[in-house]
Write a new protein. Structure first.
Length: 75
């Protein structure tokens, strides 16, 4: 079981840590890419701010990071 913080931006992160402890994963937004690391049956997801469990964002910054990592693996 892993703890995921989704959408935390500022001081609410510190408050959530006081309640839930240190997260195993931090996701800037709730998007499809986050589910690479999320086990829907066993993990705990904590949502902050405007992120919602029923809405997936179209945010794509992480995909650029993945492309960079893929290039280094391909070399």
């Amino acid at each position: 079981m892993a703890l995921h913080f989704i959408g935390f931006r500022g001081d609410e992160y510190n408050r959530a840590k006081l309640i839930w402890g240190e997260p195993d994963f931090i996701h800037p937004v709730h998007d499809k890419r986050a589910y690479v690391e999320i086990d829907k049956d066993n993990d705990i997801l904590i949502f902050a701010n405007k992120e919602r469990p029923d809405i997936l964002s179209k945010y794509r910054r992480e995909y650029e990071d993945m492309k960079k990592n893929k290039k280094s693996v391909d070399l």
